[in-house]
Design a protein around this ligand. Structure first.
Ligand SMILES: C[C@@H](C(=O)O)C(=O)SCCNC(=O)CCNC(=O)[C@H](O)C(C)(C)COP(=O)(O)OP(=O)(O)OC[C@H]1O[C@@H](n2cnc3c(N)ncnc32)[C@H](O)[C@@H]1OP(=O)(O)O
Length: 136
């Protein structure tokens, strides 16, 4: 499984995107509204930053209220999210999503509960042509 992106919660995605573009030369390669958020993907060598800006009440708005801005999750690329979930369950790891579901940028995604993964919110993502997918 390979690294795909870091999810970063922010109250101002446009401003943070400009900061990272200036600092890292990481352009916004995709932007969309999904699940009450504006999501921006910035391309780096070997992966992406996914900036998550809430537009409505929900997971990211709650996260910003309780924790402030910062790294929210790590996403790992696989071409088979369902099998990755099965492996997690076999290891006693609790999924948040019992089955793959649509995520941003047309990706299929599923999250694991951070209680089972050392406090890290892990996302499996089947990202098609966006970044690398590798079967494990
Ligand atoms: C568009 C898509 C894509 O990539 O395609 C996305 O990124 S969607 C990105 C947004 N969507 C998601 O994140 C979906 C998966 N996340 C979730 O279902 C939820 O956020 C949970 C992870 C189950 C947390 O539930 P909830 O938001 O209700 O949190 P809560 O404030 O009640 O907190 C419950 C416990 O989880 C912890 N907690 C909350 N968010 C956390 C995070 N990002 N990383 C690590 N721990 C986290 C809290 O500290 C707390 O721990 P204590 O109990 O120890 O105090």
């Amino acid at each position: 499984m390979s690294f795909h992106h870091l999810g970063i919660a922010t109250a101002d995605g446009a401003d943070l995107a400009a900061t990272f573009e200036g600092l890292l030369g990481a352009p916004v390669v995709h932007e969309e509204s999904v699940d009450g958020m504006t999501v921006r993907f910035l391309e780096l060598d070997g992966g992406y930053f996914e900036l998550l800006e809430p537009r409505a009440e929900g997971t990211i708005a709650r996260y910003l209220d309780r924790h402030g801005p910062g790294i929210h999750h790590v996403a790992l690329a696989t071409d088979d999210v369902a099998s990755a979930l099965d492996r997690a369950r076999d290891l006693g790891i609790d999924p948040v999503d019992e089955a793959p579901r649509p995520g941003a940028w047309g990706h299929e995604v599923a999250f694991l509960h951070p209680d089972s993964t050392g406090g890290v919110l892990v996302e499996f993502v089947a990202a098609g042509g966006h970044g690398s997918n590798r079967t494990v």
